[in-house]
Design a binder for this molecule. Structure first.
Ligand code: 3HC
Length: 314
């Protein structure tokens, strides 16, 4: 069958909401886009553990420490699901991880910002996981089966992450004036980088059109960003803290919030590796990976031994 006919059959399946599975024929470009997006998503989960891990030993109470530990462990699990989903497309996990460690692969810009106070942990749960949920729930309906299925469990755990973050912010905002100031300071620093998580404006996005045709993306970057602003702005009112955007206003006519311009220079600087923590994040990841070499070798040696025992017993 010609490639053209195969592509027509493939697109007809996508249009009919039939899931594409690993063994199905798929255009190389579809496979490549999925490897790109899923591996970067996995990298984001793993690097995302670092800013929060920074506060595990300094959490203000045992209850907060337990909640944060559970969240950081969840993120590790999300990364492993996503690497496993990427491997179904015929790539080696070790190669993907090497691309992260040598700076070739992207991960979400948001994780290149520092966590300066405990309130940052609240702001990350509330805003960053809130934005992640906005973007990940539609991915549960992604046309590629393994990615969509991985997202179902990830989204359930993200909801817990978002709730524990909002609760931290609520506690601080109802606390002493210094604690409320800490929460406002965290909102000031995390608001705009959270909006950048959704990617460039639609007219600047080289991948969106195709990803939407292939139903990898169900909504555009700007649609999801707008949804996030519409949901989060009233939450800031409930907390009694102010979103750092003088142009943020409710538009009765559109029934959405209008908001100010995003600093895309900052976004692209962070993507180029010039964010506040890019170098530190990669250095920490490389150090952890090298320190874990013996664990990988031991696990491989054990698996080989087990295989040999099985073969000689047969
Ligand atoms: N950070 C880093 N790179 C970004 C980015 C961001 N916030 N937003 C966009 N980019 C990159 C894209 O990867 C693309 O570069 P590439 O072609 O070299 O890969 C380029 O900027 C243009 O962006 P597009 O909008 O054209 O790219 P996509 O169609 O891939 O859309 C996306 C970007 C919306 C992030 C999409 O990739 C996506 O939905 N990814 C899956 C979800 C994800 O990765 N979320 C990241 C956060 S995970 C997380 O927060 C964990 C939680 O537990 C806290």
């Amino acid at each position: 069958m010609s490639t053209k006919s195969l592509e027509e059959i493939f697109q007809a399946k996508v249009d009919a909401e039939i899931r594409i599975e690993p063994k199905d024929w798929m255009p190389d470009a579809y496979r490549k886009t999925l490897i790109r997006q899923i591996s970067q998503h996995a990298h984001s989960e793993i690097v995302g553990m670092l800013p929060e891990g920074n506060w595990v030993t300094r959490a203000p109470s045992l209850r907060r420490k337990v909640g944060l530990l559970a969240k950081v462990q969840d993120e590790a699990g999300h990364g492993l699901y996503l690497y496993a989903a990427a491997e179904t497309l015929g790539v080696e996990r070790a190669d993907l991880v090497a691309q992260l460690h040598n700076g070739k692969a992207k991960y979400s810009s948001i994780f290149n910002y520092p966590t300066q106070t405990w309130a940052d942990i609240g702001a990350i749960g509330w805003l960053v996981d809130g934005a992640a949920i906005m973007n990940q729930v539609p991915l549960c309906r992604c046309s590629y089966g393994p990615y969509a299925r991985a997202m179902v469990r990830v989204c359930k755990e993200e909801s817990f992450h978002q709730r524990q973050g909002f609760e931290i912010m609520m506690t601080l905002c109802n606390g002493t004036p210094e604690q409320k100031h800490m929460a406002q300071d965290a909102l000031n620093r995390w608001w705009w980088p959270s909006l950048m998580m959704f990617g460039p404006n639609d007219d600047e996005s080289p991948n969106s059109a195709r990803s939407m045709k292939w139903k990898i993306k169900r909504f555009s970057n700007d649609e999801l960003r707008q949804r996030f602003v519409d949901i989060t702005a009233p939450q800031a009112d409930i907390l009694g803290i102010k979103i750092p955007d003088p142009d943020l206003t409710w538009n009765e006519k559109t029934q959405h919030y209008d908001f100010g311009a995003i600093d895309w220079d900052e976004f692209y600087q962070v993507l180029k590796g010039n964010g506040p923590c890019n170098k530190q994040r990669l250095k920490t990841r490389n150090k952890a990976h090298n320190k874990g070499q013996w664990v990988r070798e031991a696990a491989m040696a054990y698996a080989e031994k087990k295989q040999q025992r099985k073969a000689s017993a047969a």
